[in-house]
Design a protein around this ligand. Structure first.
Ligand SMILES: C[S@@+](CC[C@H](N)C(=O)[O-])C[C@H]1O[C@@H](n2cnc3c(N)ncnc32)[C@H](O)[C@@H]1O
Length: 270
């Protein structure tokens, strides 16, 4: 099929099924174009290394790690631990509990951990399977220093917690509007100028930016603070991290200048 035939086939399909326009508008290329129009002077690809955030010279243990669907990368959990160590965090909050893996990882080093997720009832109303719903909080439910909060981040009353946080991890709804909303919502809850915000899925793999999320992040953070937003090398995350100077730029397929050594043990669930 030549280009013209493809074009007319596309038009006919769109006339029959107008909702298919979403497959064009919701591609990351389309979010990238929106990003360039809205933030022509921001560079969303500036990147910092994990080693520039914290001490990687000692052995770091990431546990639990399920290797199951919807989980983050090992390096994402490592990053969360490093930012908690860097800020000497006593208070951590995340949006998006899922199996409770991210919050369990930081709960070993942070005294007070809070994690918000849609309630089981809300997940049920979204027609999600009972097995999926039951898997929520699997790793975190028994942790004494983890407080599970239930509700939609758009409406949840965070003021009521009467708390501010050293680290906020945003990993709930990844649509641009939701990321923007969660970011704006949580900024006033950062404890100090040294506090850190982390977003998951700012890349679709460790070398590919995800503009759907990046657009939400940059819309959520005031323009004069955009200089403090970075992607984090070897992870899927972006961070808002003041007082950071070194940065490079994300470029795919560069020669690695380091690698990680991973010891793996499998443990039964108690
Ligand atoms: C990607 S998972 C979180 C993974 C988890 N942070 C980890 O790394 O182990 C996203 C979770 O956010 C929840 N979620 C989605 N939209 C939400 C919202 N608006 N408010 C609260 N939770 C939400 C989903 O139910 C899902 O469990």
């Amino acid at each position: 099929m030549n280009k013209l035939q493809k074009f007319f086939k596309g038009i006919i399909l769109l006339m029959k099924k107008p909702y298919l326009i979403n497959n064009v508008l919701n591609t990351d290329d389309s979010f990238k174009s929106d990003f360039k129009v809205q933030f022509p002077n921001s560079n969303p690809l500036k990147q910092i290394s994990l080693a520039s955030i914290g001490d990687l010279s000692s052995i770091q243990t990431v546990t639990p790690y399920s290797f199951l669907g919807g989980s983050s990368l090992i390096t994402d959990f490592l990053l969360l631990k490093l930012v908690c160590q860097r800020t000497n965090a006593s208070d951590y909050l995340e949006i998006g509990t899922w199996r409770g893996e991210s919050v369990s990882n930081v709960s070993d080093i942070v005294e007070n951990c809070f994690t918000l997720n849609l309630s089981d009832e809300q997940l049920k109303q979204l027609n999600l399977s009972q097995d999926y719903i039951n898997a929520h909080r699997f790793f975190s439910k028994e942790k004494e220093n983890v407080t599970h909060l239930f509700g939609d981040s758009r409406t949840f009353d965070f003021e009521n917690l009467n708390k501010k946080f050293d680290v906020v991890f945003i990993d709930g709804d990844h649509h641009t509007d939701a990321v923007e909303f969660d970011t704006k919502r949580m900024l006033p809850f950062l404890k100090s100028d040294d506090s850190i915000m982390v977003w998951h899925d700012a890349k679709s793999d460790t070398e590919t930016p995800r503009y759907e999320v990046l657009l939400g992040i940059y819309k959520g953070i005031p323009k004069e603070k955009h200089q403090h937003i970075y992607l984090v090398e070897n992870t899927l995350c972006a961070v808002y991290l003041p007082n950071m100077e070194v940065s490079s730029e994300l470029k795919p397929h560069l020669k690695p200048n380091h690698f990680f050594e991973v010891d793996i043990r499998m443990k039964p669930v108690e």
